[in-house]
Design a protein around this ligand. Sequence first.
Ligand code: ATP
Ligand code: MG
Length: 402
Amino acid sequence: MRYLIGRYHEIALKGRNQWRFVNQLKTNLRHVFADYRLGRMQSVGPRLMVPLPDDLADAIAIERARLVFGLQNFSLSYPTARDIAAISKEAVSRARGLPAESFRVTARREDKTFPMTSPEIDREVGAAVVDALGLKVDLHNPDLTISIEVMRDAAYVSAGKIAGAGGLPVGATGKALGLLSGGIDSPVAAYRMMKRGLKLDFVHFHGQPLVSSASREKAVELATHLVRYEGQTALMLVPFGILQREIVARTLRPLRVVLYRRFMLRIASALAERVGASALVTGESLGQVASQTLENMAVIENATTLQMLRPLVGMDKNEIIEQARALGTFETSILPDQDCCTLFVPAHPETRARLADVEAAESHFDIRRMISDAVSATEVVRLAFPPRSDTTLSTRVTESST
Ligand code: ATP
Ligand code: MG
């Protein structure tokens, strides 16, 4: 039997709320391994013990566990008798053949009745590894860390600590709706908030039927990439072209972008209510484009009462691009499309919109009707990771909102 031993990231700091975070972490691990039968997980001190089934390959276990927020690091560990000779033997056999020249041993005793101290275990096991494999001890920068955790029932031995995703378990801090354009910024923004424990559903506004379906396909692809971090999500696709045309017909050029954005937020807020989301996440970054001046952001967010989260607001474009590359969304984001927002965009948009002017412009519209039309035309695509046969079917939002 193999165990994944996960060591908590910030969860460890959550005091009396810790059980909630740990339970969420357990649920998320079950989701990411939904196609395997994990054994009963147990939280022991600062770590989580996850029994792995035999048909789960090491490489898949590692690849999947790295997607789960809330783990600082983890290792694949093997139980052995609580006996120093047995522990040394297991350590040697785990380390044998690994591409390392130097190593260190890190023992921890959860059960202090074990007759040796942790430093004594380190020394004894270290000597056995040196003798058997000829590796060099390096306490500061080893190629390989051999971990030994002495528990009540057994000692658990692993060779190799794998960095976890950090952050907080998705779902532990609430639920929000991520506004996903086809661009570079919004997937990064979504990722950053998921890493802080938010469960996200997504909404994308597309220009169909006035433009091609390219932006919509990109949004589906981006959400399919992002769902790996949360197990399940819903992507709501809102046709926005007709509504934009209505705005164009009755609004002076410079204010149009601000009005598009305000309508997006209103529709997103109505959808958020249906899915139980209490905040909106965008990829806005101060000063990046005309709609992202301090004045315009204030006028735009005035259209919603939901909390607006803008995790990229203080980041440079280059920093965002670097993160998009690391996340793996960059290549999709730069594919050509026709975002609804490239439709009817004026050459000289207003950069300092005033709320009074915007409200005057909006007084010509039947706002409630426009929102409810958009909501009832919204399509929902359900996504899961690992993918399931019954997902990716799309429904109308009204059918799935109960
Ligand atoms: P991005 O790179 O994310 O597209 P951007 O730099 O193009 O952002 P804007 O077009 O001003 O900036 O959009 C700001 C934010 O508004 C986006 O990050 C996204 O969260 C949201 N947004 C913009 N267009 C759409 C859309 N078509 N559907 C959903 N959300 C959108
Ligand atoms: Mg964009």
